[in-house]
Each structure stands twice: as structure tokens, then as C-alpha cells.
Design a protein around this ligand. Sequence first.
Ligand SMILES: Nc1ncnc2c1ncn2[C@@H]1O[C@H](COP(=O)(O)OP(=O)(O)O)[C@@H](O)[C@H]1O
Ligand SMILES: [Mg+2]
Ligand SMILES: [Zn+2]
Length: 541
Amino acid sequence: MTYQVLARKWRPRVFEEIVGQPHVVTALANALESKRLHHAYLFTGTRGVGKTTLARILAKAINCETGITAHPCGKCRACTDIDAGRFVDLLEVDAATNTKVDEMRELLETAQYMPAAGRFKVYIIDEVHMLSKHAFNSMLKTLEEPPEHVKFILATTDPQRLPVTILSRCLQFNLKPLAAPVIAEHLKRVLTAEAIPYEDHALTQLGKAAAGSLRDSLSLLDQAIAHGGGKVASAQVADMLGTLGGDLVWPLLERLAEGDGAGTVREAERIASRSVSLDGALEEIAAILHRVALAQVGADPEDDSDGARVKDLAARLDSGRVQVMYQIAVLGRRDLALAPDELAGFTMALLRMLSFVQAPAGKRSPGAGVPVAAPEGKPARAAIASEPSRREAPAQPPAEAAPAFDGNWTAFVEKLGLTGMAGMVARYGELASFENGHLVLVVPESHPMYAERAYQEKLKAAIGPYFGAGFRLSVRVGTTAGASVAAARSREAAERHATAAEAIEEDPFVRELVRDLGAEVVPSSIRPPEDSAGVPSKEKR
Ligand SMILES: Nc1ncnc2c1ncn2[C@@H]1O[C@H](COP(=O)(O)OP(=O)(O)O)[C@@H](O)[C@H]1O
Ligand SMILES: [Mg+2]
Ligand SMILES: [Zn+2]
């Protein structure tokens, strides 16, 4: 049996299954119910928000044998053929690959013939902005005097590139990027139906990483399932995305709330050692503080697995301090590029927060006067020692602080700390060549999806600014030498695991627990053994 990717398996077949986009769905359904049809429809919106899906449902709605309807039956010949992609009167073209005027003309010539099986001949033209000027002109002729039996459904990610003459003849619907919680909710439904176990926080992370695209969220989910060996766990997803699992930020916030300077520095180092982006860490901290502030005025909207922890912090932290900590996190992100190194910038931002948490209670106007020095205090000093001893670095423009690509791909990737889809290709990729501004990466055969266009586009957008004009990026699947960031990480993980496994094997008590009580060992919970001096030696007679 072949595995069908989730985005295809879960393509909605009726309007009711469309997630989000209520304004579009309602307008279309109303028009269909009152049989008000337009000659040409235009769906706009970014990748993976439902343009093609809606176009196909609309094609069914106007061709269903039960009549023009907002509820196509899904059973008649027209509906089943459209679902199977073999309806003779539905012509679907990708303008990105058929830009030539001849192809367009040929296609439009068929418009004069009556539909063979359906009520209407439907032309779905995807990425319509890619058509050449001549192709547009030839389409315009048909749009100006469309035969009664012809409907156009155009889709584009870039409506600004459409000539007004075309725009003005279409009924336009703008599809919106989907909000992260809406995406997470959809993933939950998918996983429940697929009977795949998951952790809520993992879905929250995937929802954010998809950046508004349901299709991207489903391909990320495909990979999360593969990575996680059939389940979707927060730690693995964080690892896959190159972001932080919530379980790294929370202990840090806990140390901050306790006013524990040494502990804060330790947690900061622990986060840095996971080679995740510290910018992302500050972002996550700011996001949590935002929720804490909302909870303090009784308005935390999310009811998720973190709800209790948010409430707890809300009760313990003074609201003014939450404001200031938030501000420091946000400004700290901006200053990261100017810091002597990322960890220093990160640690200093945290210690600045600490200086407020620890300050004696008193009135301080929230948000005001952020740039303060840590008060004469003990915890701050501990951290200053771990600062590289560099005095007053003159302020540099961020451009100079930005890493340059010097031919060492892995070092470049580690520096940038890319997250999301861009980070995934970046970390799995190995440099094949770099000539004349053309960067070629190879990804291993085990991860062919990273060579797909969606990933390439995300990576290109993320690193393009570091390369300048004329930059090109190609990613192909091929034989790799184990020189990628991901390969190095997995070797480290394997070593850590081996060490842990060894320790477990040697410990008779743990062995007993596992054998007699069916206990499970959580590798991340293993700590170096305590001094065993206090253990009574075996009794001897
Ligand atoms: N609004 C949506 N509701 C439900 N699923 C969606 C939605 N948008 C995208 N998808 C999922 O993503 C896949 C691709 O969506 P598609 O309609 O082709 O996006 P595009 O906007 O790029 O044309 C679908 O098969 C479906 O699984
Ligand atoms: Mg599409
Ligand atoms: Zn039907």
C-alpha cells in the first residue's frame, strides 16, 4: 500500500470541509443557492490556503447532476469524475508551465465547443499571473464575450501582477492565511481520524511553523509523523523545526520568576547547547509573557496545555514587571545581532529581566526606561563572568554583524539559526557547489521532500539577503557525505544515547525497575550519578 500524503488525502470535497475562509464560503454558497453565477471567478491568497480546492468544489457545484447547488452530491458522474480528476469538461492549467500564447490560444479555442458531459465547461487557470502579455490578451477576448456554457476560475498568489482588464471581469475572493490555532485545531482532527497519538504543544508548534498555510502544515505533519516513528511529540517536532520545545523555555521562566541568577544562566546555556535559534527563544519568551499579561487582566484567550503554567506565572509576577520583561525580550531580539555573540546577547537580556524581577517592590512605571543596568547584585555578577571579555564594542550596523557565506555551509547555517521549513532544508543540506551566485545543495535520499519547491522557496527567501542580487538556489536529492548540520546533530545524539544506555545497563536498581515494574527510562531525565559515599556497603558476615 502506498502512503498518500496528508495534504492530498485531506483535500476537502465539499464547502463544509473548508477550514477558515468563512466569508468566501458563505458568499459562494449563497450565490449558488440563488443560482447567481458569474462568468469568471478569481481566488487570491498565499500557497496552501484552499484556492485550488475551492475551484474544484465550485466546478462540482455548477456541474453536479442534481442541479446547481451549494451541496454537490459527490455521487453523480460529474462529481466523481471531478474528484478523480478526469472530468472532460474541466480543464485545469498551471499557467506557470503554460505561459506561451499558442498554448493559451489552443486551450481557449476549445471554449467554443459545447460541454461534452456537464452543464458548463470550466477552465481553472492556476498561477494566472504567470501568463505572458499575449496570452492574457487572448484570454481577454474570451472573457469579454464568454459563451454561456463557459466558466473561468482563476487563481493566483500575486493578484497585483494581473492586468486590470482581467481583474475587472472577475468576481474576486481573497483567501486569508490561516491563524496558527486554527491550523493546530485542524491537525488535531486529522491526527484523531488517523489514530495517531500526539502532544498538544507539538501541534501548536506546527501551526506556527506553517505560517498560515494549511498545505504546509500538513506536509510538516507528514514529516513529524515520520520523524517521531508514528507519533507526534513536542520535543521531536521542536527538533525537526529547529525551534524550542516549550519544555526548554518554561524552566527558564521559572528561574527568572524565582530570581535565580545562576539558574537563569544555566538554563540559557542549556538552550544554547541545543543549537536552536536564540532569537526564536526570545520570541517564545515574549509570546508567553504576552499571554501572562493577558491572563493578569483575565483575558488569556487560549485554553491549551500551557494554560495552567501561564496562570501560575500571572499570579506570581507583578504586572509591571511582566511589561518590562516583555519589552526586554522584544528589544533583546533586535540587539542580538549587535551583541559580541548570540549567547552573550541572550544571557544579558535575561539578566536584565532578572534585575527587574529582583528589584525591591516599588512603583515603577511599566515599560518605561528599559535600558537599565543590573542593580549591584550577586546573581548578575556570576553571569558577567561568563561574558566574553570585550569592552564597549562600538555600535555596529546590523549589516556588518550579519554572517557572510564564506563557503562553509554548516557554519553559516549554525550562525543563522534558521527555523521552520527553511531551517529544515538548511540543516539537511550539504554544499555541492557555489559558483557565480548559484548555490547548489544536496539533500539525502532519506529526505527527498526537502528538494521540493516549497522548501527551496522558503530557504531562498531566508538566505537570499546574505547573497545579494542574482542569487540562485538549487536543491537536489543525491548521495551525501554526512557533512550536514543534521547529520552532525544525529551523531551527537547517538553518542549521548549510547552513554545513557550504558549507564542504565550498569545500574542494577534501574534494571530491576524496568524488569519488575515495567518502568520506562526517559533518557532526558538521566542525571550524572550522585556521590555514592553514603550508600551502605554490602553486609558481610
Ligand atoms: N482552507 C482549507 N481547508 C482545508 N484544507 C485546506 C485548506 N487550504 C488548503 N488545504 C489543504 O492543503 C491542500 C492544498 O490546498 P490547495 O487548495 O491546493 O491550496 P492553494 O491555495 O495553494 O491552491 C489541500 O489538499 C488541503 O489538504
Ligand atoms: Mg493551488
Ligand atoms: Zn453530483
